[in-house]
Design a binder for this molecule. Structure first.
Ligand code: PLP
Length: 276
């Protein structure tokens, strides 16, 4: 068990930069810190986006991406890796090449394939590579419903159990299919955690009004941080869901379109200048 008197566990977040601070690496840093860990980061890409949509994705040179990841893995004891927007085929290949040599570190992967505003962030070659090489390295894969449909390759089949069994067959150790993008969801969001040889665990939450940018990053980073502190997977998932639901419930709007989850609530509430 980790010795808290020494330093907080280190979570390496690999993902893209959102200049508005709603999603991506900034979301990861905030959620990881709010869940008791220290975030180390490696950027896969820069993006040009506002609160409405992503207009450009600019991959970082792959040798620089590799050097960033190796700098942290060679220097720190990393307790979990969280992966978000991969953004290019060479980036996916580089991440896989490195993580194959660190098979004891749990990997949590939020497969970001499209922006909330609709822009595509992954082509079919990248999706094939994720399916064949990155998903088999995952301790936990966290697709939303549209991402699960594309990654499962189930020819448009939207049955959660079928999609999950295909994703487990690809080699993920567990799969959390989040329900926030489920068009049939109604007033309730149901998240489903699948682990081999066990019935799925369903987690039901009240659907909150509005659209939020970075809610997937928030959830997955919180889960990775909780796993890094030694929580077992089902507890880390449930606590991560509770944290991200509260962050969305307290979310705020800085731009014209999607709002931002209040990830720093637990930290800001203890701050004298938070106005609350
Ligand atoms: N990371 C980056 C850099 C992004 O631009 C996006 C979406 O546009 C995401 C992650 C995923 O955001 P969300 O958590 O809203 O799915």
């Amino acid at each position: 068990m980790y010795d808290k008197s020494h330093h907080p566990p280190v979570v390496l977040a690999i993902g893209g930069h959102d200049p508005g601070g709603g999603a991506g690496i900034q979301a990861d840093i905030e959620a990881i810190a709010a869940n008791g860990c220290h975030a180390a980061t490696a950027l896969t890409c820069l993006t040009i986006q506002d609160s409405c949509n992503v207009s450009q994705l600019l991959p970082i040179d792959v040798s620089i991406l590799k050097d960033q990841i190796n700098a942290t893995l060679g220097d720190c004891r990393v307790a979990a890796v969280k992966i978000g927007l991969v953004g290019s085929l060479p980036a996916a290949q580089a991440i896989v090449d490195i993580l194959r040599h660190h098979s004891t570190i749990p990997v949590v992967f939020d497969p970001v394939l499209a922006a909330g505003g609709g822009s595509e962030l992954a082509d079919q070659d990248l999706i094939d590579c994720l399916r064949q090489t990155l998903i088999p390295l995952c301790r936990l894969l966290t697709p939303n419903q549209p991402e699960a449909v594309r990654l499962a390759g189930s020819n448009g089949v939207r049955d959660y159990d079928i999609m999950a069994s295909r994703l487990l067959e690809l080699g993920a150790e567990s799969v959390l299919i989040t329900g926030s993008h489920d068009p049939d969801g109604g007033s309730e969001i149901i998240h489903r955690l699948y682990q081999p040889s066990r019935p799925p665990t369903l987690s039901r939450w009240q659907r909150l009004a509005g659209e939020y940018h970075g809610s997937g990053c928030t959830l997955t980073s919180a889960i990775a941080a909780r796993m890094a502190t030694g929580e077992a997977l089902p507890a880390a998932v449930e606590q991560g869901l509770a944290y991200s639901w509260s962050a969305v419930a307290q979310g705020f709007r800085t731009g014209r379109c999607q709002a931002i989850p209040e990830r720093l609530g637990p930290i800001r509430r203890g701050h004298p200048h938070d106005g609350g």
